[in-house]
Write a protein that binds this ligand. Sequence first.
Ligand SMILES: Nc1ncnc2c1ncn2[C@@H]1O[C@H](COP(=O)(O)OP(=O)(O)OP(=O)(O)O)[C@@H](O)[C@H]1O
Length: 262
Amino acid sequence: MADNAYLSVKGITKRFGGIVAVEQVSFEINKGEVVSIIGPNGAGKTTVFNMLTGVYQVDEGTIVFNGEEIQNKKPKHIVMAGMSRTFQNIRLFQDMRVIENVLIGAHIKTSYSFLDSTFRTARYRKEEDEKVLQAIELLKSVGLEHRKDDYASNLPYGDQRKLEIARAIATGAGLLLLDEPAAGMNPKESEELMLFIRSLKQKGYTVLLIEHDMSVVMNISDRIYVIDHGKPIAHGLPVEIANNERVIEAYLGGVHKDAEDN
Ligand SMILES: Nc1ncnc2c1ncn2[C@@H]1O[C@H](COP(=O)(O)OP(=O)(O)OP(=O)(O)O)[C@@H](O)[C@H]1O
């Protein structure tokens, strides 16, 4: 693939003591693509996300995002560079209002100073007013404007996932990393989520997805990377991955083992 990929990951490796959680994983994403990373439980998917977002240091390898090497940079630096994420277990501020959750994402990029905010200067008030208007627009685009003053905890599960994505978008990110967004969703919510991710792509966002729900993965991914026991085992179009023997074996192997364990 082209050298000018939006995100280019080469040979990243992460060890935890004796465990090699991720070993020599490489992948690329072009602007506007929806790319998925799949693999059985414990394959190393979340560890890859944690390395991309600066939560974990990489032991080996490079991560180039938008032309900049970002491996081992601080999470805030990476968000400012345009990459933002959601979490496997929803991490909203549950006792804050919907709009406040979005504003938290937006506040990573403020140009006013500490003194501006302390004395609530005109500059501070202008920027805050603009952020509120942008947050309302964003909530409108994800279909949550009517719930902007509700507490996050009162939203149905699927809407909480959307709110998490809205908060990620509010940071100004162009690349959204979604960690199991369909987890815990009913079929109707998963269907809505697929439409929503497609709409993000249409708006020009690039999406990297970790997901166990294969109908979601197969329906919305442009390309799929598969890892197993921390190592890359396959890469291709959804139809190629669905028919790849190594992939089927990796998943069925897990099922057989689970069956034996029970
Ligand atoms: N902080 C950590 N300390 C020690 N081991 C870890 C840590 N984080 C992950 N691991 C180990 O690394 C391996 C990969 O875990 P990871 O959570 O990345 O897998 P995953 O593919 O995201 O799994 P799942 O689909 O179940 O969420 C596992 O063996 C896990 O126990």
